[in-house]
Design a protein around this ligand. Structure first.
Ligand code: ATP
Ligand code: MG
Length: 560
């Protein structure tokens, strides 16, 4: 992916959906009323793709003084669950949006049944007793017309009776279906007598065992929009080919004329976004759950430390278009970095500690050093850090045998300790196995940060923690879940592209004691390491921190 993408200016011109709404308001269509809906199927958690749809549906209504319904599109009893309903509500609210009404397509089952009867009475629907395979075989191809079902010319009376029997459970699953009677030769395949109802003896999460026939998406969605008097039904481009059918049902039923308009789906590289695939990751325990911080779900992003502001900003920058494209994951990271830079508390944490003993530290007590809490927000003030005789630095910030270009600590070399002093490495202390266990150093008392009179010019400024006070913490470092840019493109199973190193747990990390002063929602910048937040399983006696994102973009480099 090209780097320019991340610096895309915000789109200030109006997008085509805004233009459409403004046109409708001007023409006083529906008296200028705007009512949109967000219609998730409660068969999984919402993902970052849904946030685009949420921002469009809620955002546009907000902008033009309208309202938005949250409608659960729960017409398929087999995959749906109340737990998903709850997670969806939580996610929409967390993103910062409020719905006008909470509605369920399943509440319209009786009305939909009445609509179906109406179409039968108009000679526009019939009960077909053929098998699913037979119906599929008769469908034809885009270039070849289909074949009429032998049941197509049943009388209205016969169809009414059979459909009532379907509802009453007189037939087995697969024995018959209700189909619209449109045109088996239509160039639009969706017009070739589409299914309206199928029999399913399945327990529904809301209607229980009340129904054994369930409407198909096409026979439920448009009518649900219409029942709610939705003025603008926005959906993703794959539904464009369904639009003529959406309009056909509304026209033939002579009900409120909602209109459907399509926009491009949000696709992001290095991840998958179909709920079916995300469910597989969860069921096969390849992640710890729907909210595993490596998942692209809203719940996972929240747990990883993303803010609602950053996700809304991301959707805004992605913009609304009618052309499918793939957005670089780096754009989402850019948005969260921008926000966290403004609000994150700065702290020092050492992930892989190496002990430093400062042999000439003769002070009886540690030296208190002031440290700004957030240089981007002076109102947050400063805290005190204690520089003492024993400190820890990052193991990788010292090399016994220097390599070219390495400008951190080496024997005989100097480095500055951030908010501290300059130290010189004198001697390596090793255990029996030859592992370095400590480093003897000397410090320059006149090199105090803020009043440095040493005249020394160390190349590196390192983070550190005081050995006396440091708090043990667990730090989880995340990398992308997949190694391939489009894991689900091609014929191979997308699981083949899982990144085996997507989680690194640092369980001996040490943090500045100030970390104990913050509540669970606090966002942090650990100096030189990135942005972090408390994991939801973090406990006061065992703090767990998740890396939201590194400080700099490590992606562009790798992907170019
Ligand atoms: P998935 O294919 O991931 O299972 P879906 O489209 O089946 O998603 P729904 O619950 O039916 O999920 O979607 C609710 C709304 O969110 C729909 O209007 C759908 O168009 C929209 N949506 C889903 N995925 C995306 C995406 N990647 N980008 C934008 N909108 C999306
Ligand atoms: Mg769907």
């Amino acid at each position: 992916m090209k780097k320019e993408k991340k610096e895309l200016p915000k789109e200030h011109s109006k997008n085509f959906l805004e233009l459409l709404i403004e046109e409708d308001i001007q023409a006083a269509k529906h008296d200028g009323r705007i009512l949109t809906r967000f219609p998730p199927e409660p068969n999984g958690y919402l993902h970052i793709g849904h946030s685009k749809s949420i921002c469009i549906n809620f955002g546009l209504a907000q902008k033009y003084g309208g309202k938005t319904n949250l409608r659960f599109d729960d017409t398929n009893p087999v995959k749906e669950d109340t737990a998903y309903v709850e997670s969806i509500k939580e996610d929409v609210q967390w993103l910062g949006f409020n719905w006008d009404k909470e509605l369920y397509a399943s509440d319209y089952f009786e009305q939909l049944y009445i609509y179906a009867v109406d179409l039968i009475k108009k000679g526009l629907a019939y009960v077909d007793h053929q098998s699913a395979e037979m119906i599929a075989a008769q469908k034809g191809t885009p270039t070849q017309p289909g074949i009429n079902s032998p049941y197509r010319e049943r009388t209205i009376e016969e169809n009414l009776l059979l459909f009532a029997q379907m509802r009453d459970g007189k037939f087995k699953e697969g024995e018959c279906v209700l189909r619209a009677k449109i045109d088996m030769a239509s160039p639009n395949m969706h017009f070739r007598d589409p299914l309206m109802y199928r029999i399913k003896f399945a327990h529904h999460h809301r209607t229980g065992d009340q129904w054994c026939i369930y409407p198909m998406y096409d026979f439920a969605h448009g009518q649900s929009d219409s029942i709610e008097n939705i003025t603008h039904s926005f959906c993703t481009l794959e539904f464009e080919v369904h639009r003529p059918l959406y309009n056909w049902y509304i026209e033939k039923l002579n009900i409120f004329p909602s209109t459907q308009t399509e926009f491009a789906r949000l696709n992001i590289n290095y991840t998958v976004m179909s709920k079916r695939k995300l469910l597989r990751l969860v069921q096969e325990k390849l992640v710890s759950g729907w909210d595993d911080p490596r998942m692209p779900t809203i719940a996972a992003l929240r747990r990883r430390g993303f803010t609602p502001e950053s996700i809304r900003e991301f959707c805004d920058r992605v913009g609304v278009a009618r052309r499918e494209n793939i957005i670089d994951f780096g754009l989402l990271e850019f948005c969260i970095r921008e926000h966290l830079n403004k609000i994150a508390q700065r702290l020092m944490v050492v992930l892989d500690p190496l002990k430093i003993i400062i042999t000439n530290f003769a002070e009886p007590n540690a030296i208190a050093m002031p440290a700004e809490n957030n240089p981007e927000d002076k109102s947050t003030g400063s805290r005190t850090i204690n520089f003492g005789r024993e400190i820890f630095i990052e193991r990788e910030d010292f090399l016994e045998t220097p390599i070219e270009g390495y400008n951190r600590l080496v024997l005989g070399g100097i480095s500055r300790m951030k908010h501290g002093f300059i130290i010189k490495a004198d001697e390596v202390i090793k255990d029996d196995q030859g592992k370095i266990v400590a480093l003897h150093c000397t410090y320059y008392p006149e090199s105090k940060s803020g009043s440095d009179k040493s005249g020394l010019k160390p190349k590196a400024v390192l983070h550190w923690v005081n050995a006396q006070e440091a708090v043990p913490v667990q730090v989880n470092l995340y990398d992308r879940l997949f190694n391939a840019e489009s894991p689900d493109a091609g014929d191979e199973d997308f699981l083949k592209h899982l990144n085996p190193d997507s989680l690194k747990v640092m369980d001996h990390a040490l943090a500045e004691p100030a970390i104990m002063n913050f509540t669970k929602d606090q966002k942090f910048q650990f100096l030189r390491l990135g942005y972090f937040c408390f994991d939801k399983d973090s406990q006061p006696h065992k703090p767990i921190l998740n890396r939201t994102v590194t400080l700099k973009d490590t992606w562009t480099k790798e992907t170019n």
